[in-house]
Ligand binder design. Structure first.
Ligand code: DC
Length: 206
């Protein structure tokens, strides 16, 4: 069984995907990490994330980079969003994601285009969302927990810019698949969000 979990940044989709993977005993892939690795590698190469050739060259990042904490930073998130607009980058990362999705027994993948491009055949498609203000608040709390001081307004601006880029790109824009269950977690805490999703998935599976 393939479960596709899409949604904007800081929507809680990663937490939800991990909870679903644990619940159903499936392997999980955070596909955003692949784009983050490309974004980081462009910087390491001294390239320009907006240049398609530089971004494509960075797709051969070393696998060890995927475990590097530096990928979790806001800066790398922004670079990831920029390299992800290039169709050649998306194509270069496609096979890896598709192979993960179609492994025997199934998998849970989270990202932006799992239900629409990587696994349109997924048995369950979820689109997790929340208001920009609430997502900024969550990101701010998470960063405060890591002793990173940033103004809430700045995070809100970054998130809105990232949404606009991810939703506005021509290739595989962020949008719910027509058959996705859209779940708004704005008024849910982490536990309530996971419970709501598990309930929705159980209903969908009958
Ligand atoms: O989920 P994330 O914040 O780690 O993703 C970082 C960026 O990578 C996101 O802004 C857009 C891009 N991305 C994508 O285009 N497609 C995916 N399936 C996952 C991420």
């Amino acid at each position: 069984m393939i479960i596709a979990v899409d949604g904007p940044t800081a929507s809680g989709k990663g937490t939800i995907a991990r909870a679903l993977a644990a619940h159903f005993g499936l392997p999980h892939l955070d596909t955003g990490l692949l784009y983050r690795a490309v974004g980081r590698q462009v910087a390491v190469n001294g390239g320009d994330p907006d240049d398609p050739a530089d971004a494509l060259a960075a797709c051969t990042f070393p696998d060890g980079l995927l475990g590097d904490d530096v990928l979790r930073s806001e800066e790398v998130g922004g670079l990831a969003s920029r390299v992800s607009v290039h169709p050649a980058v998306r194509q270069a990362l496609y096979e890896r994601q598709r192979a993960f999705a179609t492994q025997p027994g199934g998998a849970v993948l989270d990202g932006r285009d799992i239900g629409t491009v990587i696994a349109p055949d997924a048995k369950v498609k979820l689109f997790i969302t929340a208001s920009v203000q609430e997502r900024a608040r969550r990101r701010w709390l998470e960063m405060a927990g890591r002793d990173i001081a940033v103004a809430l307004a700045e995070i809100e601006r970054d998130i809105a810019a990232r949404d606009a880029r991810d939703m506005g790109r021509a290739d595989a824009p962020l949008k719910p698949a027509p058959d996705a269950l859209v779940i708004d977690t704005t008024h849910f805490n982490r536990e309530q969000a996971v419970d709501a999703v598990l309930e929705a998935v159980r209903t969908r599976l009958g």
